[in-house]
Design a protein around this ligand. Sequence first.
Ligand SMILES: [Zn+2]
Ligand SMILES: [Zn+2]
Length: 320
Amino acid sequence: MTAFRIPHEHGSPEGENSTYVFPKRGVVIDPGPSGDRPYATLCAGLDDRGLDLTDVGEILVTHWHSDHAGLAPRLATAAKARIHMHVQDVPLLSDYAVARRRRTRRDAATLERWGVPAPVVSNVRASDAPSSIPDTVPVVGHEDGDSVVGLTLHHTPGHTCGHVAVRADRTLYTGDAVLPMYTPNVGGSDTRTDGENPLATYLDTLDRLSELDVDPRARPGHGQSVCLPERIETTREHHRERVRAVVEATPTEEMVTPWEVARTLFGEMSGIHAKMGAGEAAAHLTYAETLGFVERVDEQPRTYRATARSKQAVERSMNH
Ligand SMILES: [Zn+2]
Ligand SMILES: [Zn+2]
């Protein structure tokens, strides 16, 4: 089953977004960011292959982020197509207006809990512009393993709660679960995960992806292609390194917030980078806490100190 790719020049900080089209099945994966320019890119990409909007019947969205899902409602309306997502991400698109208000409030409360100063939180809110998406959108919800016209949805949580990778024969479309240039953000990219252990969830996703019997060459949500086994290994290594870095940035004598750890690691941050940076630090601290390298002292704001055993133990125990 062959698919072709439509690149969106103006994607997100993760690089140009990739839309994939299966002409014979009438399927589109991740239509792209909302707005007139991406929509023109999408229509031109279909037209180049002799396709018309009415040839599209099913739209698969890997996760709720607007650079992937943004165009889905507009395409669905124009093509009279259905939108499919994992149930856990459905509400963020299907109930867009209410869910967006709830999400921006949750993001702000979470940032405050992570020790992010009020002016930075305000800046994050101000830079979080709404997409041109209707208040409500019809979306079909799916569970892990469901299929849509022969394509299988694999639940791959971590980056978002309801992220899916899509399998077509032996080719895997990874969305943001595995990316060629960057490691997908964990923690800040879906603040619903803060009560859990999002890095552990994501590392489990990598384990499950590495067990799939698919071609090593996969198709990511940003960029053209990715060598799955190699990239999974470098992504794991990246997180091992980052756990070490986070523990090193946490003193044993004083308490620090996830934001202070993020500042040590990443320096000055504003807008979406502040949310993503603080989220990364928070997710790695939660993970380090379960390994006994740091202990949580307080919750409002959240503070940590490193445990006595931490520094020597990090090396030994991170062989995930
Ligand atoms: Zn994303
Ligand atoms: Zn993305």
